[in-house]
Design a protein around this ligand. Structure first.
Ligand SMILES: [Zn+2]
Length: 332
């Protein structure tokens, strides 16, 4: 029994992290970029990471193949097709403009390319979408502000802002100014916190950046008062179990705190993060935790319900209600 057919929302997905080796080689050829790998097999071999940084090094190197708007459209189309096959009905997609503008690819090229795909996602794949602009936290606060400024002509297509990349040593408070500006512009706010970084980063993201959701956040379990607050305030946490194993945040899926987090009453969701690199798309993550943690159908249904409750669908509540009804009616 696969959990693929269970309707779900994906809320933690980096579009650059959906670049499969086959597409990377196809785009490299189209754009005349030479990759330092002989073939797709050699590239897959490189997908063995010791920590977040070793993954990020490869991740940024491979982005060199993404150059034109058509490349970004192809990337998003490939993700949406796979997501649809794994039960995704709504996707909130992160993108990292600084990883592209630093290579000379304008933010407009990235946004136009992605939205060309997202605009027809509903009709083609039955998936509603939102786009979330992420700042790279290992870049400066000034660079984040400049990125938000450059994004202003495209804000009608961008729902919110996020914060990703290397966490330790780059606390949320570094980005106070850009989050204040994002709030002023009416953008929703999320941030990665408590993945490799400590539970205190989760508090800081809530208190200083005013985020509505925490991406990862699993290290909140080290702080009972914080857990109590997250439960009370119904703050969603977007967990990515396969990512946690690949990046060695935990040893095996059986060690994942997801079950304990559900039992604690936390609003946890299951997502894929960078699926091309971490061994599976969102349905594979559901399958993985079901098998490793022995989750019952009712718990899987709860995870799917959470994903729609946590989605930025406030401007379309009838749609959220429809998705929640689909989850309730789903038979395993
Ligand atoms: Zn992430």
């Amino acid at each position: 029994m696969s959990v693929a057919a269970l309707p779900k929302a994906e809320l933690h997905l980096h579009i650059e992290g959906t670049l499969e080796p086959e597409l990377a080689f196809a785009l490299a050829e189209r754009n005349g970029v030479t990759l330092p790998y002989a073939d797709t097999e050699a590239l897959r071999e490189a997908y063995r990471f010791s920590d977040l940084q070793s993954f990020l090094d490869l991740y940024y190197a491979l982005m060199a193949v993404l150059r034109t708007a058509e490349d970004f459209t192809a990337l998003a189309d490939a993700y949406l097709e796979r997501a649809a096959a794994q039960g995704v009905r709504h996707a909130e997609i992160f993108f990292d403009p600084q990883a592209h503008t630093s290579r000379g690819v304008p933010i407009g090229t990235v946004v136009e390319g992605l939205t060309a795909s997202l605009d027809r996602a509903e009709e083609r794949y039955g998936i509603s979408t939102r786009l979330i602009l992420c700042f790279l936290r290992d870049e400066s606060a000034e660079s984040a502000l400049a990125t938000l400024e450059a994004a202003k002509p495209y804000l009608d297509r961008i729902t919110g802002v996020g914060l990703d990349s290397a966490e330790v040593g780059h606390p949320p408070a570094k980005f106070r100014a850009v989050y204040e500006e994002a709030a002023r512009l009416g953008l929703r706010r999320v941030a990665h916190a408590g993945e490799e970084g400590p539970a205190s980063y989760v508090r800081e993201a809530l208190d200083v950046l005013g985020v509505e959701r925490i991406d990862h956040g699993l290290r909140c379990m080290e702080d009972p008062d914080l857990v109590e607050r997250l439960v009370r305030e119904r703050i969603p946490l977007t967990l990515c179990p396969l990512s946690n194993v690949r990046l060695r945040v935990i040893d095996t899926l059986a060690d994942h705190p997801l079950r304990a987090m559900l039992d604690a009453g936390l609003l946890v969701t299951v997502n894929s993060d960078d699926p091309a690199y971490f061994g599976g798309y969102v349905g594979d993550n559901y399958d993985g935790v079901r098998d490793a943690l022995g989750l019952a159908p009712e718990q899987l249904r709860t995870l799917a319900r959470h994903s729609f409750e946590a989605a930025f669908l406030d401007d379309d509540e009838p749609r959220r209600a429809r998705y929640l009804a689909e989850v309730a009616a789903h038979a395993f």
